[in-house]
Design a protein around this ligand. Sequence first.
Ligand SMILES: [Cu+2]
Length: 331
Amino acid sequence: MISKWKTYMIVLIGFLAITAGFYVNPVAKLEAVPTEEETPIIEKINQAPIQPIIKREGNVVSIEMTAQVTDVEISEGIMYNAWTFNGTVPGPVLHVKEGDIIHFTLKNMDPNLAHSMDFHAVHAAPSKKFVDIMPLEEGTFEYPADNPGVFMYHCGSAPVLAHIANGMYGMIIVEPKNGYPTDAEIDREYTIVQSEWYAENDMDAFMNEEPEYVVFNGNDYTLKDHPLLAKVGDKVRLYVNNVGPNEVSSFHVVGTLFDRVYIDGNPKNTLYGIQTVLLPASGGAVVELTVAEEGDYPIVTHQFNHATKGAVGILRVTSDGLDNGEATMGH
Ligand SMILES: [Cu+2]
């Protein structure tokens, strides 16, 4: 009898314990979920642009740049919390000479993500010299600039698509050792970087959607509001680079054609009398044109869906080469 009662008691205690568990556990689980107050809020950072530091000693060019997160205006009143080099998109235009040694330091000011630097101008093992720099750390690398031209640089940290689409790119010009054969004829020169903007930091948009903006030099208005200037008869050189990340550029200047094009900026790759230059994603070129008459010459990608999304600039030609303040021609 007693042993039977013992058994009942054990079963009863066990049942109570299990039942209690059902009531206690959900509460314990609820307590593990942070309340609204406890949920960490990741604040968007906006770091003031820092100038790159560039010094030359003989043929060694020391370049110090920062990876940083900075708000940039991509269209009038439209801000983008961009991942940048030195707080601008595109990053600073770098100039070196063929035969230089680039001694490069990247300071990563971004407290949240690793960044890196991939120069298309150099020969280097990416696994050694384009490696991730961890948040708030810095890294220094050295490589020769042994190829002349106009090249893209960009952050190569994974996922590369996000780092480029969020703004981490720019242009490096490696001036040919003996210059370009046309150097003496050039009156003015400018740089233009074409790129795309998608929904902010949205990997799905970067992967699957059309760009919201396609722009020259980071936004859709600067090269319209502040035209590039030239004087009647000038020979103008443009260093152009399409950084994508996803689209090609059909680079064209309305009302003129290119006397010469140096594909990727190498004087050995010379083409003559070109109407439109095809720039693959990352591709560059030096284009040279002559402006015969006063007026506004739209600079476009001839893929007009992209031009309509912003990739239009104005080359303004006047009798004295100064801006006469006329309204720009829409395109
Ligand atoms: Cu990056």
